[in-house]
Design a protein around this ligand. Structure first.
Ligand SMILES: [Zn+2]
Length: 426
């Protein structure tokens, strides 16, 4: 479908939202007694009558951890700062997208029309996950840290990756927890990360795209609380970091189009079309963003999470061409296409941005949609072949240098035959 047609559809499509997000958040609401608590009260009565006090204690502990993971949204002086953002809609009391009605209330009825029909229960049962571990390389940190004219990259799966940009180490959307969710059995990672947090090299900067659990992870943030690492986030996200022990002078919050320089590296917050929230209610209290990282030698784009819109073209015109663009490609669904890219839209964004290489992210570690783990990479690979896109897709943990010697090895191909049969797509 032509992108312009999609855009027109998108403007009229209000009945969408990330289904797994809704489901996950509704469970958390019950756990935190913030929503309709009748079912929870009944459940607790049953537990008490059965004498299972230990279970109650476990629920209490789980509730405390889950609520702490939800974090603190802007309030007081921080909220006043947030309200001054041009992206903040004072009347609605929330951030909004450039296209109106994108952040309309979450529908209670979940509809979907992915490439293949599947139920929420199948999703929760783990359908779509790889049947074996994806190949992981133990990162060669000596190679990664070696002084070089090339951008060095290590991908940890989903949207977590590490850059060495002329000696500055930048960690993006670090999620090293076992689950991208406040509930410890929902959204389980496929396998352990290629490095534990304590094994990471010294990180100069952490950049966050937005506050969803698959991008902002309490455990990973807290790890840096006693380190000199600085954080750069969209406006409002700093409230979570403060609540988790990061000192205020280590946090820089930027609004769209604002710049911040650390050493030789400039960070520019750029628009994205998405939404935010960790509680399932009172959403969009913190901003979401895409990012440009650049210095005298290199120019990089990171999409965060975003639906397709004209911001890609605008960013390409303002800041392109990019040496490499890390663009979300995974966890999509036709019903959510206003807030997530379909693979052909990822390809279109690459062209809009005037990027020289495309590194697809937001796949390869968590299942948040109805498609199989491999569908996003297979589809973007087809688009890349068809449209002459220079695709970069290393194994998890592999250290790569972005230069002309870089070759594409389709490591996923040998893994997908059995999974495709199981998935019914072959
Ligand atoms: Zn995401």
């Amino acid at each position: 479908m032509v992108i312009a047609d999609r855009q027109a559809d998108l403007l009229h499509n209000h009945d969408f939202r990330l289904a797994t997000f809704v489901y996950r958040q509704s469970i958390v609401e019950v756990a935190c007694f913030t929503g309709n608590s009748n079912n929870m009260v009944l459940a607790i009565k049953k537990i008490l009558f059965s004498g299972a006090a230990g279970v109650v204690i476990a629920i209490g502990a789980l509730t405390a951890v889950s609520c702490s993971m939800m974090g603190e949204i802007p309030s007081g002086q921080t909220l006043e700062k947030v309200k001054r953002s041009p992206q903040y809609n004072v009347k609605e009391g929330a951030f909004s997208n450039r296209l109106s009605k994108i952040t309309s209330p979450i529908p209670t009825k979940i509809t979907h029309s992915s490439t293949k029909d599947a139920s929420l229960w199948q999703l929760l049962a783990g359908n779509g996950r790889p049947t074996v571990s994806l190949p992981t390389v133990k990162p060669d940190l000596v190679k990664f840290m070696e002084p070089s004219d090339d951008i060095k990259v290590i991908w940890f799966g989903h949207s977590t990756f590490l850059l060495n940009l002329s000696g500055t180490t930048i960690l993006i959307d670090p999620v090293f927890s076992d689950y991208a969710s406040p509930i410890p059995w929902l959204v389980k990672r496929f396998q352990p990360p290629a490095l534990m947090l304590r094994e990471l090299p010294t990180i100069d900067i952490v950049v966050i795209s937005h506050d969803h659990y698959d991008h902002l992870d309490m455990k990973s943030v807290k790890f840096f609380s006693d380190k000199p690492t600085k954080f750069i986030t969209p406006i409002g996200v700093g409230s979570y970091l403060l609540g988790w022990g990061i000192e205020a002078d280590k946090i820089t919050e930027l609004d769209w189009w604002q710049h911040h320089k650390v050493g030789s590296t400039e960070f520019i917050a750029t628009p994205a079309q998405h939404f935010s929230g960790r509680r399932g209610y009172n959403n969009n209290q913190t901003l979401w963003a895409s990012w440009v990282f650049r210095n005298a030698q290199h120019n990089i784009y990171f999409s965060g999470d975003s639906g397709y819109a004209d911001h890609f073209k605008e960013i390409g015109e303002k800041f392109g061409p990019f040496d490499i663009a890390f663009i979300e490609n995974g966890q999509y669904n036709l019903n959510w296409r206003s807030v997530h890219l379909l693979p052909e839209e990822t390809a279109q964004a690459y062209f809009d941005l005037k990027a020289k290489r495309l590194f697809p992210i937001h796949w390869g570690m968590f299942i948040l949609s109805y498609h199989s783990w491999f569908e996003p990479i297979v589809k973007i690979d087809q688009e890349a072949t068809r449209q002459g896109i220079n695709l970069v897709a290393p194994k998890l943990g592999e250290v790569i240098a972005i230069n002309d010697q870089l070759k594409l090895h389709r490591w996923w191909q040998s893994l997908i035959t059995d999974d495709a049969k199981k998935d019914g797509t072959e």
